[in-house]
Ligand binder design. Structure first.
Ligand SMILES: Cc1cc2nc3c(=O)[nH]c(=O)nc-3n(C[C@H](O)[C@H](O)[C@H](O)COP(=O)(O)OP(=O)(O)OC[C@H]3O[C@@H](n4cnc5c(N)ncnc54)[C@H](O)[C@@H]3O)c2cc1C
Length: 278
């Protein structure tokens, strides 16, 4: 990894990391980018592994969506993150695409990112000046741009230890049944207490702003509740209020704002069920 960052840092022209290549190669083939250097990270030690870390999981930067879906322990602990990763593209894309690449491509509609943000995932970054770790929501800064500095590579994504009675879920709306870009995506992770009251939650929205959003007001709306109707109404209202979407051919502003609330309600109920709640 050190050599890879050194190569990227010293290149004076356009330099890119290649993970699965399902974004990069498309942009290269269509002439959007003309790289002077491409560094393939797939054969760097550790990048293809999912390992236990601090009671949670460390997902190497070249682990594919398909490999995440085949990892029984990861799927059991973080079903929402895995379902989001497995929504990316088709079977063919799944064999290559990575969540780190999804994050670094910095699309506001990236499917795995709201789930990772809701999960409280962190990105381990290696660069010419050493290592640093940041919350994943700090990686994308605007459509197509990240906070990564020249020469920096995400080495792995870390999912934290799961307290008992926790669940997560990711839902997206697309006009087709698959292979489309999210009109809205919602990731929710929550933990219940022994009485089924939500004691902790994180809510994240995709495709409704220039970057994926963490919405603390939406989490606040459900913490301390049993997700009764009022709590779900408040959650939906907080999600809709956080949206700053664009109009495009997939959906109007108003439509996205409405759908964000609808999906948030449904995702919260799925997460509760997965946490063992009724
Ligand atoms: C047919 C098709 C369907 C698709 N469907 C979906 C979909 O439903 N949902 C969705 O969200 N996306 C979709 N995508 C987009 C794409 O598959 C995802 O964004 C995927 O997760 C990208 O991962 P990758 O490993 O292939 O990234 P790459 O193409 O390798 O890289 C993407 C960008 O991130 C940078 N990068 C990659 N890894 C790192 C790293 N470790 N450190 C620093 N920079 C890095 C690269 O330099 C590049 O700029 C689709 C793409 C195709 C071609």
């Amino acid at each position: 990894m050190k050599e890879a960052t050194a190569l990227l840092a010293k290149e004076k022209g356009a330099a890119f990391v290649l993970a699965g290549g399902t974004d990069l190669l498309v942009r290269l083939r269509t002439g959007f980018i003309e790289p002077d250097l491409v560094v393939d990270i797939k054969k760097i030690s550790g990048t293809r592994a999912i390992t236990a870390a601090g009671g949670g999981f460390k997902i190497g930067a070249a682990v594919s969506g398909a490999e995440m879906g085949e990892h029984a322990k990861l799927k059991k602990a973080w079903p929402g993150v895995v379902e989001a990763a497995n929504l990316i593209g088709s079977k063919q894309v799944q064999g290559r695409c990575t969540v780190a690449g999804n994050l670094c491509n910095a699309s506001p509609a990236a499917d795995s990112v709201p789930a990772l943000v809701a999960a409280g995932a962190k990105a381990n970054i290696v660069g010419p000046k050493g290592k640093r770790t940041i919350p994943v929501e700090q990686v994308p800064v605007s459509p197509g741009r990240t906070s990564l500095k020249k020469g920096e590579i995400i080495e792995s994504i870390v999912l934290p230890k799961r307290p008992p009675k926790s669940g997560d879920a990711y839902l997206r709306f697309i006009p087709r049944t698959e292979m489309d870009i999210a009109v809205v995506g919602v990731g929710i992770s929550l933990t219940l207490d022994a009485k089924g009251v939500v004691k902790d939650a994180r809510v994240s929205l995709g495709a409704v702003a220039p970057t994926v959003l963490l919405v603390p007001a939406a989490a606040k709306a459900i913490i301390g509740t049993k997700l009764d109707k009022t709590a779900l109404d408040n959650l939906a209202a907080a999600c809709s209020a956080a949206c700053k979407p664009i109009d495009d051919k997939r959906g109007t502003r108003e439509y996205r704002i409405k759908v964000a609330g609808v999906l948030a309600r449904r995702a919260a109920q799925i997460a509760r069920k997965r946490a063992g709640g009724k």
